[in-house]
Design a protein around this ligand. Structure first.
Ligand code: GLU
Length: 457
């Protein structure tokens, strides 16, 4: 059977780096297995879901290099869920409940006072037809719960019912259905919560592997039971650890923290973001991988840490710089052109400055230094000015090329007796205006004789 995975965000905000971890675990696994990747928008919550967010999620995934084989929206598939709900109702597995949120809360508090777990006691199953009609006459609409298969003959006496699965990330897992409340599948207004549509879609789209965050482990016990009730093949499950911010707080689509969009706007390279999203919390070093295929070779599910992993922005900066230092000219050509770098000198310019750039955008600071005229001259001491004047007279004749810097500073050293920092720093300051930067040997040919002489006084 073709491996089929799905990434199923609710379009209620921007994807963050934790969501990307899930997307990439799915994508890299599918690519490795020659499988299919389905992007499924879990948008049955009409109030919070927005089309703009869905569109931006596609853009963000595209930036990383994830191109789904199929995209579906749950809001367009409601008939399938209605049919599944009808099937469960017919078999008495989906039952109407009329408790208000307040009533449920009171019930939970009563249980807590007796030191009992807050499991719904199935009181709605005791309602008579007449009581249900009375509620309907009052205008109360039911929500609907799935009857978990956790009892023998008496639904009011659940017995231990272990659901086992061999998690492809966490290994053998067990959830006891008797410890859980019957899940609400349909709200009072008739809209579906996430659970049933997800199961119906996984079945209908032939999903073979559900790979998601470990906040869903308990759901898996419930979902396996519903898959079985609907006669659908139960997929394999894999739950990965979650990412948190450095302080341990969870990431949320709604707060926008560490969103892919903000990272893109801040000038990070997609492979830096992707490398960190996957490699953090795996055994082995966190390094910048050049492309998704090589990142895929590093993803071994046996290596995933069991506890949450912290996202460290400093780590992202490090990976980004590593990637930028290795980017070849064609990859950045457009961005350099947008900074005003003349095309005929853009490649040597990039080769000269990339080692000094933590982000591609950092190249912009060297554009006026190399191609411009009016940068503010540094304050040089009398002594430094004298050195610069002496150097001006010693600038070799002829074309300025890669060997000029070496020959020139050799001559200046000879003539003035200066060496090391005392020799190089006044020259660097006079030529670039700053005390740090790319190799001057590479910059001189780009700056050219005319500008050079002008800057040397
Ligand atoms: N929309 C769900 C979520 O974002 C999907 C969970 C799942 O993958 O089943 O949590």
């Amino acid at each position: 059977m073709t491996v089929t995975v799905r990434f199923a965000p609710s379009p209620t905000g921007h994807l963050h780096i934790g969501n990307l971890r899930t997307a990439l675990f799915n994508w890299l696994f599918a690519r490795r297995e020659g499988g299919r990747f389905v992007l499924r928008f879990d948008d049955t919550d009409a109030e919070r879901s927005r089309r703009e967010y869905a569109d931006m999620i596609e853009t963000d995934l595209g930036w990383i290099g994830i191109t789904p084989d199929l995209t579906v929206r749950q809001s367009e598939r409601l008939a399938l869920y209605e049919a599944a709900a009808a099937k469960l109702r017919e078999r008495g597995l989906l039952y109407a409940c009329y408790e208000t949120a307040d009533e449920l809360d009171r019930k939970r508090k009563r249980l807590a006072a007796r030191n009992l777990p807050p499991v719904y006691g199935r009181d709605a199953l005791r309602l008579t037809e007449a009581e249900r009609e009375a509620y309907a006459a009052e205008g109360r609409r039911p929500h609907w719960r799935f009857l978990l298969p956790n009892f023998g003959d008496d639904p009011f006496s659940p017995t231990r019912t272990d659901i086992h699965w061999d998690d492809i990330i966490r290994g053998p897992q067990t959830v006891d259905l008797a410890s859980l409340s019957d899940p609400v599948l349909v709200r009072e207004d008739g809209s579906f919560l996430y659970t049933l549509p997800s199961i119906v879609d996984d079945g209908e789209l032939g999903v073979t592997h559900v790979i998601r965050g470990d906040d869903h482990v308990t759901n898996t016990g419930v979902q396996a039971a519903i898959f079985e009730a609907l006669g659908l093949a139960v997929p394999r499950f894999g739950h990965h650890n979650l990412l948190t911010a450095l302080g341990g707080e969870g990431l949320s689509k709604r707060t926008g923290a560490l969103s892919l969009r903000s990272l893109r706007k801040a000038g990070y390279e997609p492979m830096a973001v992707a490398s960190l999203a996957v490699l953090v919390g795996l055994s082995g070093s966190i390094e910048a991988m050049p492309d998704l295929a090589s990142l895929g070779t590093r993803l071994d599910f046996a290596d995933v840490s069991a506890s949450a992993s912290k996202f460290d922005p400093a780590e992202l900066d490090r990976l980004n710089a590593e990637i930028v230092h290795g980017l070849d000219y064609p990859t950045v050509a457009e961005r350099l052109a947008a900074m005003g770098v003349p095309q005929d000198r853009a490649k040597p310019f990039w080769d000269a400055v990339r080692g000094n750039c933590a982000k591609v955008a950092d190249a912009a600071q060297w554009v006026p230094v190399v191609f411009g005229d009016g940068f503010s001259a540094p304050n040089l001491s009398e002594d430094e000015q004298a050195l610069v004047r002496a150097a001006r007279d010693l600038l070799p004749a002829g074309a300025i090329d890669a060997g000029t810097w070496h020959a020139w500073t050799g001559a200046v050293k000879e003539a003035t007796g200066r060496k090391g920092k005392a020799l190089f720093m006044p020259l660097r300051l006079a030529i670039t205006g700053v005390d740090h930067g790319p190799e001057l040997a590479a910059l001189l040919p780009l700056i050219g004789r005319e500008r050079l002489l002008a800057r040397l006084g």
